[in-house]
Design a protein around this ligand. Sequence first.
Ligand code: PEP
Length: 253
Amino acid sequence: MRKALVAGNWKMNGRIAKNDELVTTVLAGLAEQALTERVDVMVFPPSIYVGQVESLVRGSNVSVGAQNLCEYKDGAYTGELSAGMLVDSGCTAVLVGHSERRALFGDDDARVAAKVKAALDAGLTPVLCLGESLEERDAEKTLAVVTEQFETAVDALDVSEIARIVLAYEPVWAIGTGRTATPEQAQEVHAHLRGLLASRSRELANKVRVLYGGSVNADNAAALFGQPDIDGGLIGGASLKAKDFLTICHAAG
Ligand code: PEP
């Protein structure tokens, strides 16, 4: 049985005082309801705040990740952060291929694959984000698009490496738009991704967690997480509100 996972992607939001308040409130709520016994919880603050958040969550069951990494090892890459630096700062996971990185910062499928590999080699859990645009959905290309994104990202990996990945299906048209995929729409894609994993190994399909992301909120989380192949969520906007994030964690447990 896969343990549910709820991950908060803060995007480019936060300040030291706000982060402190948000994390402290979330930790208190999680402890009060003993939620981390049933749900794994991760937070992905902006990298400059990873150290701050890591010291706040230390000793709890909440883990910290980064929103991006460089595919190269240390060296002359001004402004970038290597996988080794993320580990050194207390990260255990990293988002790879988020649609904002794909659309705004040139993270194509080849670079995403290189970043997944760099993360794995450093011992990080890559949370690999996949999803179609509205035009692609309207043209009924959703399954073909996510297949291509998945296959390119894992092509060079062996089964034991793929087993360490978390997948996040995030339809681009649902991210930050307030428009959510219906539970049935999401389940169809999740089942397809599970099938792609199964075609490599049955064990992989049973083990790898597939999260849904795209305007998940306190009201719609339970219906989404009730689907058989949805193992939790990658939460953007709602992860910045402690009460909503806790309700979402509760819905996953
Ligand atoms: C995200 O940033 O991964 C995301 C799903 O955002 P939101 O929940 O705000 O749509």
